[in-house]
Write a protein that binds this ligand. Sequence first.
Ligand code: SPQ
Length: 442
Amino acid sequence: MEKMFSRGGNMDSLKLRTNINGLNGSIDIPGDKSISHRSIMLGAIAQGKTIVDNFLLGDDCLRTISCFEKLGVNIRLDKDHVEIEGAGFDGLRESFEVLDTGNSGTTTRLMVGLLSGVPIHTCMIGDESIAKRPMKRVTEPLRQMGAKIDGREDGNFTPLAIRGGSLQGIDYVSPVASAQVKSSILLAGLHAQGTTSVTEPHKSRDHTERMLRAFGCELEEDGLTVKLKGGQKLSGTNILVPGDISSAAFFLVAGAIVPNSRIILKNVGMNPTRTGIIDVLLQMGARLEIENERIKNNEPIADLIIHTSELTGIEIGGDIIPRLIDEIPVIALLASQAQGKTVIKDAAELKVKETNRIDTVVGELSQLGVVIEPTDDGMIIYGEKKQLTGGKVDSHGDHRIGMMLAIAACIADSEVTLTDSESISVSYPNFFEHLDLLIEEK
Ligand code: SPQ
């Protein structure tokens, strides 16, 4: 059977096969990236052993493991099974080496908070993309708690230096709905004097809160405010990581827009702070079934079945944005196949992701013939149910742009070449195998 993609000698440039007649079959979505990171972090600062299954073997989560190993934590990894010997906050050791967080905003921002209250000195660096992502959103509130953090432009950019010491709890009102800001402050608050609270303008993903509870920590939630008392001890536990809905999103969109498709996605995390993509698909008219709903480790999970669908353009903005922020690149592609206009607004946060995702989505989809324009806080897509054109596209080192473009190629009428496809391994190392499987099962 003909392959969906062929890799030339150079991984930098990938020829994607186009004009697909259908995607059919079933795939097990790999573990959730946000939950995988947190399982290592909380496991490391807990007392006793933590066992994690279905851990995401993406580059970002492997960075988190490597950072904690450098801090003296004993972590064993066997395929997607991880065992962490909890060191407690007091067991973290000063690292000889700089901690390299690679492309991972979550590792960088959460670890700055976690390390702010530990009496060791740490230097942290990431890749070129991380060097451009704002860190003041965490370093500023952490400094208000007493943290000693420095970095380029007064602590706004990596490399960062953290001299951990005693912290005082604060009541922080965040100007952005960001789980990374909330989690960073809560992790610092765990090791601070008194109580720490974070209030956000819209609810962001709550995996830290759910997992802290699974480790025995007490938190209070009141509307958009989360509060915890410092000095609480965590106890190691067993965690089964659900499939990542942000990864599932690529195949949900593929199933909806590629003709003659029916895709079953198993064990997908259905945490309500992440299911904006489901709401959007249903609102646009997608044929989507949700089956076998259940709860594991405080996190809801389900199996999803998506069929080729007739779609209508909609307006997306407000509270739903944090619930689908990482899915916006692939939602833009979805919208290109709907009847009528889709407006995405209130999403200025897209500008500070791995790339400026307003620019990269608009620029790359335009290359394939999509009529799309940028706005200050989002984009407008003029949907037409027609094939895309071929062309040369670039992930710009952003995994979500790379995967969105690979799905876009499925409905292009001629060759699409993707530059920088290896960035996809940040969150979905076996993405192309899964795409292949769906074609081969036809
Ligand atoms: O970890 P990183 O690089 O920030 O990853 C992204 C992604 O697309 O995978 C963002 F670019 O996801 C973030 C997400 O956008 C992961 C995350 C988390 O695990 O807490 C929260 C979101 O970011 P934020 O800034 O809204 O808190």
